[in-house]
Design a protein around this ligand. Structure first.
Ligand code: DAH
Length: 352
């Protein structure tokens, strides 16, 4: 037989033990260990209930109440301790991981337009002022468009200048110039008059050197109409060159040869570096070439769907990278695509 007084003693002792152990528990895991020790299946409080049958029957209700109260109080104390520990943890993390929101931010590096894009936009601006629209034509071309329809049959020696990359699929290649765009734009608009420029990337399979890249840009120009003459060609290109390079420069037109124009010419500018006196850059001639041009060959007009008895036109082709090189005396075309920011960042504004 167990007496109620004895039980009271044990309840008191366990209440004390629970309080002390919870106080000492420094973490959620330690609290859990205390809970198991007192309230687990073999916990000390749980075991007290097993004493009940050994008490005199009349003392049992009182004893049950005592143990239940002990259990409730312990549970409440446990919850309080857990809450306190959680709050402490949060407080500690808030302090340890505090962020100083007043620190200055990291600067964001702003991108800017590539110099080739800048000069392309300048070219669009100048030609759109003279009524030219911008068209795009494919970078992957057929042999027919890149060569044959431009009067360059398979055995033509001019092909030597335009060695390129061929696709696995027969008859397809990466265009060597933007001139095939002339055929596309003519076939789209014939027999309407045309004023268009065709910008884009071109490819050539050649040794990459300071003077030649395997990829570069060109801008093709084409004007077709009923009364277009060489005077229009000279007027438009001179106006362009003045806007692009400045009013003070001198230009000249020199006879040349391209299979798709007749007559053909090249436009030269007085050498920026020596002012025309002659230097290494202009090979001591005082002049540098800026573009190729000519009156559209009658056969090319026919290939595009125009009757050469009724229509004439002029065409030109220029390299934006070459224009930048002349303008800023850059001696290596590879700089444009080497992605060296020290070079690219010098073109922060527009090209003018
Ligand atoms: N397609 C020529 C080249 O890549 C450049 C050119 C010359 C284009 C004369 C023209 C032109 O439209 O009339 O060298």
């Amino acid at each position: 037989m167990v007496q109620i007084e004895e039980l009271e003693q044990q309840v008191k002792a366990l209440a004390e033990e629970g309080r002390e152990r919870l106080e000492q528990a420094g973490s959620l895991e330690e609290c859990e260990a205390v809970r198991v020790a007192l309230l687990g299946r073999k916990g000390k409080i749980t075991e007290l209930f097993q004493l009940l049958p050994q008490l005199p029957p009349e003392a049992r209700p009182e004893a049950g109440k005592l143990i239940n109260t002990l259990k409730d109080q312990f549970q409440e104390a446990l919850e309080q301790r857990l809450a306190a520990l959680k709050a402490e943890t949060i407080e500690r993390r808030l302090q340890e991981e505090a962020v100083d929101v007043t620190l200055p931010g990291r600067p964001v590096a702003l991108g800017r337009l590539h110099p080739s894009t800048q000069v392309l936009r300048e070219i669009y601006r100048i030609f759109s002022g003279m009524g030219f629209q911008v068209f795009e034509s494919p970078e992957i071309e057929t042999d027919e468009h890149n060569f044959q329809l431009l009067n360059i049959p398979p055995d033509h020696p001019a092909r030597d200048m335009w060695s390129t990359f061929y696709l696995v699929e027969p008859g397809l290649l990466l265009r060597t110039h933007t001139s095939p765009g002339q055929i596309h734009v003519m076939r789209k608009f014939a027999p309407e008059p045309i004023r268009a420029i065709l910008p884009g990337k071109c490819y050539r399979y050649e040794q990459v050197t300071a003077r030649s890249e395997m990829m570069f840009h060109q801008v093709e120009g084409l004007a077709i109409g009923r009364k277009i003459t060489m005077a229009d060609l000279k007027g438009v290109l001179t106006e362009f060159a003045h806007q692009m390079f400045g009013e003070g420069r001198r230009f000249r037109f020199r006879a040349s040869y391209f299979p798709f124009t007749e007559p053909s010419l090249e436009m030269d500018m007085d050498c920026i570096l020596c002012g025309g006196r002659g230097c290494r850059v202009c090979k001591h001639t005082g002049w540098v070439e800026i573009l190729g041009a000519g009156m559209v060959h009658p056969q090319v007009l026919r290939n595009g769907g125009y009757d050469p008895q009724e229509f004439t036109g002029f065409a030109f082709g220029m390299g934006p990278e070459r224009i930048l090189m002349l303008k800023y005396n850059i001696d290596d075309i590879r700089l444009f695509f080497a992605n060296d920011l020290r070079f690219l960042e010098q073109f922060s504004g527009g090209p003018r």
